[in-house]
Design a protein around this ligand. Structure first.
Ligand code: ZN
Length: 462
């Protein structure tokens, strides 16, 4: 018996130890999981309005931070890249903006504020990203403030890049850029009556700090100025857009357009123009310029190295002179499409002349030159109308009916249905669907061997 007891004791001890260990584990688990639960809960509370989504740009996510608090509402959008160091920089700006806003509002208990930070993204050669954060802050009373902050990111190195890198860290290049920017601002008809001369000179002095807010697209450099910085409030936040080919000599190699590339394009263009067997087509875009649709059309045309003709309305040119200028700078032909889009055949002669000449003046102001061709609205013209117009009147041979269908998938079929050599195609650069369907059109026509030329050029072969 005693022997059996002796053998059993360590077994009982083992069981007891086992029970104690498991009890301790259970208690520890409860305590720890309680802590974890607590931590997760507070974390969730502070981030409950933050969401992150992927974007059309590879490797770039968009963070949205929204709070619908009655006194301190906010809506913030900012980018998130694969580089934590870069994200940290962006977050620092966001958090400082948020803190300043919330602190200011804390002191104004009876007033409601609003903070909005919107995000715009541009890419350059699918490697460099420009993030433009526009902050609009209202802190009660008359305290409304709009400002721009930009971040420029090299997705290959994961690093932020500044204007010094862009201009090869060369003070002479900075001086050249400053001069271009100043002259563009002075020539901008939109800023004509609002520019503040002294502040303009100060803000465009060749100092690196003056040119920190910029964005780079595939073909232009955009510089940002704040509200009231160089012009009175009526001008809003002015921007300057310089085409990269224009500032090519001062750019660092990574951002330059290769000279060989430029040369080759010219040579091939000349060869094809002289070849009688070339298939040609003239794409035309009426009723613009439009601030976003025209730009998208221009980018798609550039992708295929295609030239086109834009028949503009005078009353839109006066609102978007920079877009009109961009059309010209990027090598397209500019047409006059009247001032207000009336049926010209129903107007007295002096009204027809006025529709033409006011638009001619608006174009001269915006792009420094006249239109080379005219297209009557609705194609409504006759000998009497034509007699009032001093430049060639150009109609079309393929109507895409894009204004009616407003469907990106319908654009190409409408052209295919009546496709012929030396055709002039009618489209409108005021419909998003037209801009969206254009890539398919260019891709197909290029595949069929067509050259994309302006209407003045195609008229020689018709
Ligand atoms: Zn029209």
């Amino acid at each position: 018996m005693t022997q059996v007891r002796r053998k059993r004791r360590p077994l009982i001890d083992l069981v007891l130890i086992g029970i104690i260990v498991s009890l301790t584990t259970v208690i520890l688990f409860i305590v720890l999981s309680k802590d974890t639960f607590k931590f997760q809960k507070t974390n969730a509370e502070s981030t409950k309005n933050i969401s992150t989504e992927s974007s059309t740009f590879p490797g770039i996510r968009i963070v949205t931070d929204v709070a619908n608090d009655k006194q301190t509402p906010l809506a913030i959008h900012y980018p998130q890249t694969e580089s934590s160091a870069f994200n940290e920089e962006v977050l620092q700006y966001i958090n400082t903006s948020k803190e300043n806003y919330l602190n200011t509002m804390k002191k104004k208990k009876n007033e409601n504020g609003e903070l909005n930070i919107s995000l715009e993204t541009y890419s350059h050669r699918k490697q460099y990203y420009s993030f433009i954060l526009t902050k609009s802050e209202y802190t009660g009373g008359a305290n409304h403030n709009v400002s721009t902050k930009t971040f420029f990111f090299n997705s290959k190195s994961g690093k932020q890049v500044d204007m010094r890198t862009l201009l090869q860290n060369d003070e002479n290049n900075l001086t050249t850029l400053a001069a271009h920017v100043r002259s563009e601002l002075k020539q901008n008809p939109k800023l004509k009556d609002t520019l503040l001369e002294e502040q303009l000179l100060k803000s465009t002095e060749p100092k690196w700090a003056n040119f920190e807010r910029f964005a780079l697209t595939d073909d232009s450099l955009i510089l940002y100025f704040d509200e009231y910085e160089i012009a009175s409030g009526a001008a809003g936040s002015p921007t300057v857009e310089l085409s990269l080919s224009f500032i090519n000599p001062i750019l660092a190699a990574d951002f330059q357009i290769a000279m060989e590339e430029m040369g080759n394009t010219i040579v091939t263009e000349q060869k094809k123009a002289n070849d009688p067997n070339t298939k040609r087509i003239a794409l035309t875009f009426d009723d613009g310029p439009h601030p976003t649709v025209t730009e998208q059309v221009l980018n798609t045309l550039q992708k295929y190295n295609a030239k086109a003709t834009f028949f503009m309305l005078g009353n839109r040119v006066q609102y978007y002179p920079n877009i009109a200028k961009d059309v010209l700078t990027r090598g397209h032909e500019i047409g006059n499409h009247s001032w207000s889009h009336p049926v010209l055949t129903k107007l007295p002669n002096e009204q027809i002349v006025k529709e033409y000449s006011t638009t001619a003046n608006a174009l001269k102001n915006a792009i420094g030159q006249d239109a080379t061709v005219f297209r009557p609205p609705y194609g409504a013209t006759n000998k009497l109308v034509n007699a009032q117009i001093p430049i060639p009147v150009v109609m079309w041979s393929i109507d895409t009916m894009d204004w009616k269908y407003r469907n990106a998938q319908q654009l190409l079929p409408h052209i295919q249905n009546s496709l012929h050599n030396n055709a002039i195609v009618l489209m409108h650069d005021i419909h998003q669907s037209t801009a969206d369907g254009l890539d398919a059109v260019l891709s197909y026509l290029q595949g069929q061997g067509y050259e994309f030329v302006t209407v003045s050029e195609i008229m020689q072969y018709r």
